[in-house]
Write a protein that binds this ligand. Sequence first.
Ligand SMILES: [Zn+2]
Length: 406
Amino acid sequence: MLTYKVQLYPNKQQKAKLVEQLDSCRKLYNKLLEECRKAREKGEKITQNTTQSFIVELKNDSMPELKEVYSKVLQMINYTLWVNIKSLSKLKKNGCKIGHLRFKGKGWYKTINYNQSGFKIDEHKNKITFSKIGTINCRGLNNRVRKNKIKGIILKRTQTGRWFANIQIENTPLVLPKTNKNVGIDVGVSSFIVDSDGRRVENPKNIDKQLTKIKVKQQTLSRKKKGSKNWLKAKVQLAKLLAQVTNQRKDFLHKVSRFYVETYDFICVEDLNITALSQKGNKNSKRSRTLHRNILDASWGQFFNYLSYKAANANKKVVKVHPKDTTQECSRCGRIVKKDLSTRIHLCLYCNLELDRDYNASINILKRGTGCTSILVENRSLITITASAIVSGQVFSMNQETPSFK
Ligand SMILES: [Zn+2]
C-alpha cells in the first residue's frame, strides 16, 4: 500500500466542521477507552464487538454529536483503539514495562479515517467530497491517484492547522523493461552519491541556505515568550519551513531512486546499518555532527528505503553489501590503500590505479554485490549531475552511457 499526500483547502465552514468532528472523534475514543477500563476493573470480558455496539447506543443517547460524523469513521476509531490495545498487550507479554493507554487530551487527536467508502475524488477539478463534510478543494491530485484503486483516505490536521489527505492506494506493480545492467552506489562525502558508471550526484545546493533560515527562525522562536501570540506565530513559520525543506528533499530522493531503478536491474549499495555512516562521519571531527551532516545521514537512509521499495515493486534487485574497507580497498588489485577522509583520490601503490575515492568505493560495492571480480577498472572523468537537474527531470533524458578514457 502506498500513501499519496495532498493538501486540502477547506473553506471556513468546512474547517469548523472538521475541527468539530475531530473533537467528536477524540471524545468517542476516550469514551470507548473508558468503557474498556471499567470492564477490566470489574473483571468483565470486553471485545471489539462490544465497544462497536456502544457506538450506536452513544449516538442515540449521550453523544448525539456523533450523528454528524460518517459512520465508517466512527467504526475506524473503535478499530484503532483495539489495534492500540492489542499492540500494548503484545508488548507486555514480551516483558516490556509500559503503562496504560492514555486518554487523548484536546488537540491530541489528529486524524479522521475514511476507510473504503464515504469519499469521492474528482481529479480533474482537484476536489474531494467527503460524506458528512462536503466537497473540499485540494492541490496535487494526479494520474497516480486516478489509475490506482483507492483503499481509503485519512484526513490529518497538522500542528499549524493545515489539513492534508493521505490517500491510500493499492500498490500496482511497476512494469519496467529489463536493462541487464548492474551498478554500485557509494554514498559520498562531498557529493550525495557516486556510482560505478561514473556519475556523481551532487547534494541539493539549497540545504545550507535553508539551514541558515531554519536557524534564524529557531532563534526568533527562542526569544519569544512561550505561549504568546508572537511565539505561536514564529512556531507556525518554523513548522512551515521545516515541512518545505522535507518535501524538497523527498522529491529529490524519489527522483534519484527512480532513475536508478529505471536504469538498472541490479543495484548494489552499502549496508548503512553496519558501520558506513559512522566511519564516514566520525573522522570529520566537529563539523561532522552538524545539522547538515545529520540531514545527509537521514537522506541516505531514506534514499535506500525508496530504492528498495521501488525496486521490489518493479521486480528489480537491491543488494546490501558489507561496508568494511570499501573506500580503502583498491578496486583493481584488491590491496588495502589507507586514506583519511580528506584524501579525495585513490592512488594505489601496488598497481598504480588512480581514481576518485568515491568512484573506487562504488566499484568495490558493485564487485561485492555481484560477486564479479573481473570488472575492468580504468580512470575516467566523473559526470556531475546536479540536484536541480534531477529534480527538474532532466536526468531522465541523459545519455546513460558515460564516456570513459584511459
Ligand atoms: Zn591496486
